[in-house]
Design a protein around this ligand. Structure first.
Ligand code: GLC
Length: 625
């Protein structure tokens, strides 16, 4: 809970263009001001002349003397470069994921790109023509655009994101007045497809700077590459006299979040969005910047670091993604695996190949290979597989056990026995020793299609299951966040009796209209736009009348969610993005990845002479189907 102001105030503060105070951030920066002759703006390629330093605080550098010396302001004062104590590239040139994670806190965040980039890069918002052809918009679309623009927040006069919700009737803002990384993605896509790219570029660069913020939860510091769940723009007095104010970006890495959940998905979304931005704008110089390359590597370093894991999937705590409360998804939840796979694919495309990155790229390739095999083989269920599990022998001790995870057939839930269709199938929600979470999670399944984590045949199977189970997964509002809901004792034990996550509400089987854009994307990728059109039509009937709610309740999504916000930004943006994607299906490629057959060849077990063996060879025919 971070919200101290009302949501309206946040937007008002952002809209009121107050002169942005420039402030140097450290004694190091002050020293640099004295010695440096050249000044590098933070966003050297943005067309606007009034670039600024960001006002974020570096708690580890905040000495009173330097602060006062550093508080020089003035519209003409250029942003001050930071001295580089040693080449920051050295920090990222090591062999990731084993490189030294020590950053140069007074240099890295403001690391500026090489001068020649200025020449090559297209000017955001000047060079990028709207990707979507102009046509007469419907009244609902016009309203959605109006609301989306109302949700935009500015930092020092420049747009940097959209607040999670702008509900004038809601007095308890909690943290809905913040810019959430995951929530901003559909907003970013809508803006990008409309040719309004500046806000996305600003967002990417500002959140990149927040990545190296010194974060602590009580006495513990989470990993260096972590991206915040959200950030807020605060206006703070420059001194006790309240004569001057400045804006600061205040991130939340989970240290204020309800339940102190770790935003594992933020960094993954950031990488996915970065690739989408570069692909649609052609501004590839952005991804090549040293600070951007470092940001990618830091995120990957966190994800690829060695632990005690026996699986290639990413091991996370409960609530580490869109479902950010206790819902029994700790371990290896599908959503995180799909985003992880996608982020690895995107990073591999964007990382500049050199001596410093080649080991990282090798590590990415081998993880991608193992991850896709693991998910395709062990997460996939269909009629045939459920029947196999039903007949599993247990307690097998051997390398080539059939029932590798020692799943007891009694775990097959009774609802699934009747629910699993003859045709199609899906990826289960989680897999751990002696545990399969058979719930259907929409985002994980849809993103597995978009990123080609599944085989093409599995992707078709998932869409066919959604079509077959339309009344359960779409019904009156696309799309169920997960199916089915946990009830009674299961709800009590697994959610901890969470009153927000009661059966068929919120994360526990609620319907989330924002998921429409991921559904549309998956449908386009698989050549099934008509399915998306059908879902969009269902949503369009209600969203505006219902004031663009965050989520819907009940088994068939009939009621507006119990505690649902109105004018939820990612509901609005998800709707717009879906419509624009449908109209311009070729733009789906900024987000999707194609099947990479080479990945299926790379199997660590086959390469090594160790006695370990996997079932990949046997399963290969299935894996390429
Ligand atoms: C809820 C959602 C989370 C979202 C946040 C802001 O906590 O579970 O995914 O980011 O609201 O909209």
């Amino acid at each position: 809970m971070n919200g101290q102001t009302t949501m309206g105030l946040a937007a008002a503060a952002a809209a009121a263009v107050r002169p942005c105070r420039r402030r140097l951030l450290s004694s190091a920066t002050a020293a640099a001001a004295a010695t440096s002759a050249t000044a590098n703006p933070l966003f050297p390629r943005l067309p606007r002349p009034h670039h600024h330093t960001h006002g974020r605080r570096f708690p580890f550098l905040a000495s009173a003397a330097s602060q006062s010396q550093a508080s020089q302001t003035g519209p003409a004062a250029p942003p001050t470069p930071v001295p580089v104590p040693s080449d920051p590239r050295a920090a990222v040139a090591g062999n990731l994921p084993f490189f030294d994670r020590v950053l140069f806190p007074d240099s890295f965040p403001l690391e500026t790109p090489p001068a020649e980039e200025d020449v090559a890069a297209p000017q955001a918002d000047e060079a990028v023509a709207p990707a979507v052809p102009a046509r007469e918009e419907t009244e609902t679309e016009r309203e959605a655009w109006r609301l989306l623009r109302r949700a935009v927040v500015s930092y020092c006069g420049e747009p940097v994101g959209t607040v999670a919700a702008e509900d004038p009737e809601c007095t308890e803002t909690l943290n809905y007045d913040q810019v959430f990384i995951r929530d901003f993605v559909p907003s970013a896509l809508a803006f990008l497809m409309r040719g309004e790219t500046e806000i996305v570029r600003n967002f990417l660069l500002h959140t990149l700077q927040l990545q190296s913020w010194e974060k602590t939860v009580d006495c513990y510091s989470p990993g260096q590459g972590l991206m915040p769940a959200s950030f807020k723009i605060r206006t703070v007095p420059l001194d006790e006299n309240n004569e001057g104010f400045e804006e600061v970006l205040d991130p939340d890495f989970g240290e204020s979040a309800i339940g102190r959940v770790a935003p594992v998905d933020s960094g993954l979304w950031w990488i996915i969005l970065l690739r989408a931005y570069c692909k649609i704008t052609g501004d590839y110089a952005l991804q090549e910047r040293v600070d951007v390359q470092t940001g990618i590597k830091l995120i990957l370093s966190l994800c690829l670091s060695d632990g005690f894991d026996m699986f290639p999937t990413l091991l996370v705590t409960d609530g580490s993604c869109m479902i950010d409360r206790r819902m029994g998804i700790h371990g290896h939840p599908l959503e995180i695996q799909a985003l992880f796979y996608s982020a690895l694919r995107c990073s591999r495309e964007m990382l500049v190949m050199n001596d410093g990155s080649k080991n990282l790229i090798r590590a990415i390739n081998s993880r991608l290979s193992a991850l896709s095999f693991h998910i395709r083989e062990y997460y996939w269920v269909d009629m045939k597989k459920i029947n196999e599990i039903y007949r599993y022998k247990t307690e097998e001790y051997s390398h080539d056990a059939t029932n590798k995870f020692n799943i007891y057939p009694e775990q097959i839930p009774s609802w699934l026995v009747d629910w699993i269709p003859e045709k199609g199938g899906y990826l289960i929600g989680n897999l751990q020793p002696a545990h399969m979470d058979f719930r259907f999670f929409s985002l994980g399944n849809l993103w597995a299609i978009a990123s080609s984590l599944t085989t093409p045949k599995q992707a078709e199977g998932i869409l066919s299951l959604i079509e077959e189970k339309w009344d359960d997964l779409v019904a009156n509002m696309p799309l169920k966040i997960c199916y089915p809901a946990m009830e009674d004792d299961e709800w009590r034990i697994i959610t901890g009796s969470d009153p927000k996550n009661t059966p068929w509400s919120y994360h526990n089987g609620g319907s989330w209209p924002t998921l429409l854009w991921q559904f549309t994307l998956a449908c386009i990728k698989m050549g099934r736009p008509e399915l998306a059109r059908r879902a969009i039509a269902v949503a369009e009937e209600r969203l505006s009348d219902d004031k663009w709610p965050e989520y819907y309740d009940t088994r068939s999504g009939r009621f507006t969610g119990k505690q649902s916000r109105s004018y939820q930004t990612w509901t609005i943006a998800g709707f717009l993005t879906s419509k624009m994607l449908l109209e311009n299906p070729e733009l789906a490629s900024i987000l999707t990845c194609d099947e990479d057959l080479e990945l299926l060849e790379g199997c660590a077990c086959c390469l090594s002479k160790k006695r370990t063996r996997c079932s990949r060879r046997a399963a290969k025919s299935h894996a390429v189907e």
